[in-house]
Design a protein around this ligand. Sequence first.
Ligand code: COA
Length: 180
Amino acid sequence: MIHRRRLPSPWSELWTLEDGRTVQLRPIDPRDAEPLRGAFSLLTPEERRLRFLHPITEMTPAMAKRLTHLDRRREWALVVAEPEPPGDALIGAVVRAAIDESGRRAEFAILVTRFLAHQGIGTLLMRELLRWVRLKRLEAVYGDVLLENSTMLALCDALGFRRRPAGDPGLVRVEWRRDG
Ligand SMILES: CC(C)(COP(=O)(O)OP(=O)(O)OC[C@H]1O[C@@H](n2cnc3c(N)ncnc32)[C@H](O)[C@@H]1OP(=O)(O)O)[C@@H](O)C(=O)NCCC(=O)NCCS
């Protein structure tokens, strides 16, 4: 079980993991751009494919900038990082969402790197995502998951997501609706 301690800033907590490490949950920060590129460079091809759904090989500075400089009216992202100032802290996990053109629904993506996986972080980050969806009073949140990604599909099932066709035979769209 993860021991959680709230910090004074919004969406910020200190987590003590089962393996004894302490990590920080906090909103992504523009200064995370370089650490995000560093984290990307350490991903396995499998982790990249599961998260980005196609084999991207490099995170350019422009991509990292876009992923860390959010339009706060429609985008939201949390990181799990070392408890050091943004820019110095290594990043181990990210959950993000963006409200789509409908204005009532958001698309999400998540990555917990293998250095932190299987300790419950993915589940907690998805719960934070659902908290954001409720706060924003959105109708639904959805994401596309590779059919073979049984870990993510099991996790989403447990959180009450439903599975839908994604328009591509290799993908499943998982969707959580606020009205159930
Ligand atoms: C999928 C992913 C986010 C999971 O992160 P995580 O921190 O390991 O997740 P958790 O530890 O909370 O849960 C995963 C585990 O619990 C299982 N799961 C969690 N809650 C569950 C529940 N209530 N019932 C059944 N299974 C459950 C999963 O199958 C898995 O089992 P294991 O750890 O014993 O192998 C992570 O593996 C990842 O980032 N993968 C690559 C990117 C990706 O797939 N992203 C999703 C598409 S956007």
